[in-house]
Design a protein around this ligand. Structure first.
Ligand code: HEC
Length: 136
């Protein structure tokens, strides 16, 4: 009887030794989305509160809803193209180079292109002419 108990405790030891092994990891499985730290959203504008977001809030929500920005995606170049278009056509003011590069960096980092998002902005030269335009 004592022997059986010894075998039992020995096998328990074995089992507990085995279970200390790290679980197998599968490098193909991406981490859960929740495991990736996401910046909090500004309750007023919905902008991601990261980096220079306050500069963007100060310059980008005066004319239209921040929704227009949040739903958009783009590379730094695409964001710059949108800004140039607004400056040319929509009375957006000029930025000093430092402010501009901070705005672009924030947008390209927090709202980058993604397969699952909406299409890229149409380049101005490919846009159809506006039949209601007052410009000649
Ligand atoms: C002076 C006014 C003004 C300011 C300030 C302004 N915008 Fe705009 N923006 C516009 C107008 C007007 C439109 C066109 C709105 C529409 O189509 O209904 C527009 C459209 C957009 C669009 C949609 C483009 C598309 O292809 O659908 C985005 C994105 C955008 N703005 C981002 C920004 C960002 C980022 C900033 C800050 C750098 C900014 N806006 C600041 C006037 C402005």
């Amino acid at each position: 009887m004592r022997c059986a108990a010894a075998i039992l405790s020995a096998s328990l030891l074995l089992v507990s030794a085995c279970s200390k092994e790290a679980p197998p990891t599968n490098p193909e499985v991406a981490p859960e989305p929740a495991a990736i730290a996401k910046p909090a959203l500004d309750p007023v504008t919905g902008l991601k509160m990261a980096g220079d977001w306050e500069i963007v809030r100060a310059n980008c929500v005066a004319c239209h809803s921040s929704r227009l920005i949040i739903q958009q995606r783009g590379t730094a170049q695409q964001w710059l193209t949108m800004i140039r278009w607004m400056q040319k056509k929509q009375n957006l003011w000029d930025f000093d180079p430092d402010t501009e590069s901070k705005i672009i960096a924030y947008l390209a980092k927090n709202y980058p292109p993604s397969d699952a998002q909406r299409r890229a902005a149409i380049p101005p030269e490919l846009m159809p002419s506006n039949p209601y335009s007052m410009e000649k």
